[in-house]
Design a protein around this ligand. Structure first.
Ligand code: HEC
Ligand code: HEC
Ligand code: HEC
Length: 443
């Protein structure tokens, strides 16, 4: 309650500040439109809009970098067709969305059509945002128009090669792949499940990374009605894990509390977030209310297993023998020596890591994923755990790109994928080489 009233106060203050600034400095047109907007502004909507902008992670894509003005656009997003730059969505009337009416805003965010009629590339996740309710779109609009600072900055223009530069042709893509439907609550499910489903499918756009894509680069499903929904996918050279009920490689062994903690702090069930999930946690999910995090966890736990082959069986005799060989240094598996020399310090012989510091590798669902892209990339580049309000202080994992050959990386990863009861397909040298090449191509 205290927090909410603080938020409300802050909003009021900065709205007032901005209005006086506008009176002094801005052209008449802006003044009139901002007053018109101000008349209908309801401070509760603005505060809710700020929260929903967090839930939608608008800031991550629409801000060029850490020291850049928020929402002023210009972040280059890699797509298979070339680089797409995000746009300025501050209320600046020339370079931003200052002239957008509520209807214009709704059409851009939910239908993928800009104010000037231009079709937006689906790098803007409007195919998920289309499920957002009218109330939430209105709150978002009021937030952007009244609370976000206008920035007069023109981001670089997106110039994709032919035929992807022909924007009107996106109408066919949209027609084929996007169902323009608002979220409809399921009567046979409880309120918590519906809230979770709504957040995941609409503003959360979790499927934009976690759902496999088809030939048209469309997400193959947008709801739990399909078993491929959130079953894991590669985006931007990271593999976003399977979030379904698979016991080894999915969330089957995670509790709802682990999932909620992971989204709030980047650590849950002694697994640490890394790669592009870090940005999601730092910019978006760490700010969600406990109730909403629990609802998301509750919803994810309702998704049945997809059917990945990996398994985790720690309590067998073979596992005990292998572990004692590791402790005495008598391991002969390829990769074991590398693990002993370079990984044991943090992840330990038992593969259990150190609580609050280093993630466990034994039984870790991402380690057991059928697709090893994220593991390879992490070992190549290293990483740093999420920095959040409530989580432990960030820890680093060193980069091994210069230290290890492709073959060594394949061996050490195959080793951790098949130790301590982990059983997942081995990683090949070829997989490592091709990812290394792909990463070198990124500007
Ligand atoms: C995954 C990245 C991503 C996220 C998240 C995202 N956007 Fe976008 N958005 C884009 C890109 C890229 C474009 C430009 C697309 C193009 O040029 O076709 C865009 C375009 C837009 C436009 C059209 C602006 C114009 O210039 O006319 C609006 C409005 C918009 N986004 C609002 C939002 C809001 C509100 C949110 C959060 C609820 C959001 N976006 C979240 C990537 C994103
Ligand atoms: C920008 C891409 C992206 C988006 C959007 C995204 N994720 Fe992720 N997520 C990843 C990647 C990559 C991983 C694998 C690395 C890791 O485990 O941290 C991951 C991992 C996870 C994991 C851990 C799974 C495991 O087995 O280790 C959970 C839980 C998760 N995401 C939930 C979500 C939820 C809920 C949302 C929507 C609110 C979401 N993610 C949106 C990229 C994304
Ligand atoms: C100095 C400590 C340290 C060393 C040495 C180290 N790691 Fe890590 N490892 C970490 C940290 C910290 C993370 C979390 C990374 C992140 O969040 O970006 C991590 C994450 C991982 C993960 C993903 C698991 C998860 O839940 O996040 C894998 C797989 C992994 N390490 C494998 C290895 C391998 C293989 C080696 C040896 C070649 C190694 N690590 C060496 C600290 C270390």
């Amino acid at each position: 309650m205290v927090l909410i009233s603080m938020l409300l106060n802050m909003n009021f203050r900065s709205i007032l500040n901005r209005m006086t600034v506008k009176v002094v400095t801005c052209a008449c047109v802006t003044l009139i439109s901002s007053l018109a907007a101000a008349q209908q502004v309801n401070s509760e909507d603005v505060a809710r809009g700020a929260y929903l902008a967090r839930a939608g992670d608008c800031i991550a894509c629409h801000t060029a970098g850490p020291q850049q003005p928020p929402f002023a656009g210009g972040l280059p997003l890699n797509s298979p067709f070339g680089i797409i730059y995000s746009t300025n969505i501050t209320p600046d009337p020339v370079n931003g969305i200052g002239k957008y009416t509520l209807d214009d805003f709704s059409r851009a965010v939910r239908n993928g059509i800009a104010r000037d009629g231009k079709r937006l590339y689906p790098a803007m996740p409007y195919a998920s945002f289309t499920a957002t309710t009218d109330d939430d779109i209105r709150a978002l609009y009021f937030y952007f128009m009244n609370e976000v600072k206008p920035v007069n900055h023109k981001p670089p223009e997106t110039k994709l090669p032919f035929p992807f530069n022909i924007r009107w042709s996106l109408i066919f893509w949209d027609f084929a792949f996007v169902k323009h439907e608002r979220y409809k609550p399921h009567d046979d499910r409880d309120a918590q499940w519906n809230r979770g489903a709504y957040l995941v499918q609409s503003l959360g756009h979790c499927g934009a990374c976690h759902t496999p894509r088809g030939l048209g680069f469309q997400e193959r499903a947008y709801t739990e009605a399909s078993p491929v929904y959130l079953s894991g996918a590669v985006v931007d050279n990271w593999y976003a894990a399977n979030l379904r009920g698979d016991a080894a490689a999915g969330l089957g062994r995670w509790s709802e509390a682990d999932i909620a903690a992971f989204l709030e702090t980047g650590h849950g069930g002694q697994i640490a977030a890394f790669g592009s999930m870090i940005d999601v946690i730092e910019n978006s999910t760490q700010y969600l209310h406990k109730d909403d995090l629990n609802a998301i966890a509750h919803y994810l736990k309702s998704l049945p297993a997809y059917g990945e082959k990996a398994s985790y069986e720690p309590d067998t005799a073979a596992v005990a023998i292998k572990l004692s060989a590791m402790v005495t240094g008598e391991m002969e598996h390829p990769g074991a020596g590398l693990y002993q020399s370079f990984c044991v310090k943090c992840h330990k012989e038992t593969g259990n890591g150190e609580p609050g510091k280093f993630p466990k590798l034994a039984g870790n669902s991402i380690v057991l994923s059928k697709n090893a892209t994220s593991l390879i990339r992490l070992v190549l580049e290293g990483g740093k755990t999420a920095q959040t309000k409530k989580g432990p202080k960030p820890r680093e994992m060193p980069a091994f790109a210069k230290k290890f050959t492709d073959r060594q990386i394949a061996e050490v990863l195959s080793f951790i994928r098949n130790s301590w009861g982990n059983e997942a397909s081995p990683v090949t040298t070829r997989q490592v080489s091709s990812l290394r090449r792909a990463l070198q191509k990124i500007p």
